[in-house]
Structures are given as C-alpha cells and as structure tokens.
Design a protein around this ligand. Structure first.
Ligand code: APR
Length: 320
C-alpha cells in the first residue's frame, strides 16, 4: 500500500505548520497546494530540509496543480483569507465561499476518496459549502474547530487552577464563533467536574465565567496580538489529531464540526458536536444531555450558523 498521502490545500501559515507536523510524525508523504506560485514549492523544499536534522522520512512537494493531490488519503483545507484585527470570522464569508467552490471542485475531480478536514473560516458555513461543492459523502467531510476551542478552554483552566493541562478535559459545543458553547457540566479536572474543582480550590464561579468568555473570544485575542493574521500553531495541531484519528482508525471522540441530522434537534447542519472519528470518517455523533440553559445557548449558536448558510445560498445560487 505504500505511504499514506496527505494533501494540504492552502500552504500559508496553517498549511506550512500542518506540513511540518505531519512530516515530523511521519504520517505520510505530503503535498502542499496553493494558488500562489512558487510559495508551496519553496515551503516544500525548506520543510524537506528539516528531514535530515529531525530524522523523518517524508516526501514533501509543492504544487499549483490539483492533479497532484490525486490519491490523497487525507486533505486538510486552509485555503482562503484569515481575519484581520477587528474582523469577525463571518466577515470572511464572501471571499472564502468562492475559494471553497474552487477547492471543492478540485477535490471532487482529483481525490474524491479522501477524508477532508476543513479549517477555513467561517468554519461551520465553509465546511458545509465545501461538502456541497465537492459532493463527497457527509461522513468524509468534517470541520476543525472544537478540538481547538476545547484546547483553548483547557489551557485557561489549567492556568487558573495551576494543574497540568493533561488532566483537563474541556468540552465545547456549537459553532466556531463567539456564540460557541463551552459546557462546564461536562468539563472535568481528572474526572472532577470543573465547578466542584473550583470550590475545592476556592476559585470563584465568576472566574470560570470569565474563562468561558475568554475561550469564546480566544481566536480574536490572538488576531489582535498578531496584527497581521490569525492563530496557526494550535489550529494546525488540532487538525493533525483529527487526521491521526482517521488514519489510525482510533475511534477517538473529538469535538468537530460534523454533519448533524436528527440529533440535537438539528436537520442537516454542520456544527460542533462530539464525534467519533475512525477509518469510516466521522462514524458517529454523540448526543449528550444538556441543561435548558445549555440547550438555549446551543440554539443561539446553531441559529447563527443557519443564518450564514442562508447568506451562502444568497451568494451562490448553486447552493440554494
Ligand atoms: N486555492 C488555494 N489556496 C488559496 C486560494 C485558493 N483559491 N485562495 C487563497 N489561497 C491560499 C493563499 O494563497 C494562502 O497561502 O490560502 C493560504 C492561506 O494562508 P494564510 O493567509 O497564511 O492563512 P492561515 O493563517 O493559514 O489561515 C487559513 O484558516 O483559520 C482559518 O481564518 C483562517 O480562513 C483562514 C484559514
């Protein structure tokens, strides 16, 4: 069967970081695709030359031709534009929708058997559009957001409690936007519900609320500090964990933007939910019990996603 093949559509900040991580982990051979000429080829050369130092075997190539993604097992999509300070993810919709159309067609015509992970924002709408444009089955197209949002939540909690991040299991549901729903009732510190842990540690509930709020705005905080782009290390490593779950048939339960039909009262929508990822792609969605408040927060979030889908349909009649 030979090595696995990982195609990265978009070779910017996240794309380059993805390539480095995938090579270091020897996940397979890597193709960096971009519309910018020379850039993916240059990054591929630079990254290839990490091999002798880091001791990995991976063939890394750069291309501007979709034909080179043929046979890809996993495709990770970051093509498009990132936010600038002051922009919301939703402000990217018009530009990135057109990019998803080109990418979806490129995948459909060249690598229709791949497992596709979308990172491009606004995430929940773009993964939906990419699925529509590519025509791939819903279980083979998924969005990366929840792993990142949970990692942000876990980081802040670990800092607050002064415990290892390894012992924090943070839970975030809903869309990848300021309406996302960090669910404290399912967030634990080594199995201890976070609100109980806060009491043990003498941490006020208002601090947890502040951390929830910081998590919701976690991407924007980084955009503001960087000044000319958005986060890339943690988004890249989050998507790699999803790719590993697929390639290794790990059956991990990861929060992902998955297609939900029936569960959570949803009728065919991509939104962040706990998802089993294995060799079958997104194999199952886990429907957890939510409190009335959590339910209504999730509704606000899914309504926001639905609004974006309507906007997409207005911009591209082939989606309507
Ligand atoms: N096809 C392929 N690549 C494209 C296309 C296209 N139609 N349009 C733009 N690109 C490329 C750009 O040339 C650029 O190299 O996508 C790359 C995006 O890289 P960056 O600008 O560095 O953005 P990055 O930080 O990687 O974020 C990418 O992920 O988190 C989201 O909001 C973020 O939507 C953004 C995406």
């Amino acid at each position: 069967a030979g090595r696995k093949k990982i195609a990265l559509i978009g070779s910017g900040m996240i794309g380059g970081t993805l390539a480095h991580l995938a090579a270091k982990k020897e996940m397979g051979d890597i193709v960096l695709f971009d519309i910018a000429e020379g850039m993916p080829q240059g990054k591929a050369l630079d990254l290839s030359q990490c091999g002798p130092v880091e001791g990995f075997d991976a063939k890394i190539t750069g291309t501007n031709d979709y034909a080179d993604i043929a046979g890809a097992d996993v495709i990770i999509v970051t093509a498009g534009v990132p936010r600038k300070p002051g922009m919301s993810r939703d402000d990217l919709l018009g530009i990135n929708l057109k990019v998803m159309k080109a990418v979806g067609e490129g995948i459909k015509n060249n690598a229709p058997d791949a497992f596709v992970i979308c990172i491009t924002n606004p995430l929940d709408a773009m993964v939906w559009a990419l699925r529509e444009f590519s025509g791939l089955p819903h279980n083979k197209v998924v969005g990366m957001a929840g792993v990142l949002d949970s990692a942000r939540f876990a980081t802040f909690l670990a800092w607050e409690f002064d415990v290892s991040v390894k012992d924090v299991n943070a839970f975030v549901l809903g869309g990848h936007g300021d309406t996302m729903v960090p669910v404290t009732s399912y967030t634990t510190i080594n199995g201890i519900p976070v609100n109980d842990f806060a009491k043990i540690k003498g941490v006020d509930q208002s601090r947890i609320d502040e951390i929830v709020d910081r998590t919701r705005k976690g991407g924007g905080e980084i955009v503001g500090l960087l000044g000319n782009g958005s986060a890339y290390y943690a988004p890249a490593t989050s998507a790699i964990s999803m790719a590993e779950a697929y390639l290794g048939d790990q059956k991990r339960i990861l929060p992902c933007a998955s297609y939900v039909e029936g569960k959570y009262g949803l009728d065919g929508l991509y939104v962040g939910v706990p998802t089993v990822i294995g060799a079958g792609g997104t194999e199952d969605v886990i429907e957890i019990e939510l409190s009335d408040e959590e339910k209504s927060n999730l509704k606000v979030s899914t309504d926001a996603v639905e609004e974006l889908l309507e906007a997409c349909k207005g911009l591209d009649s082939s989606l309507a």
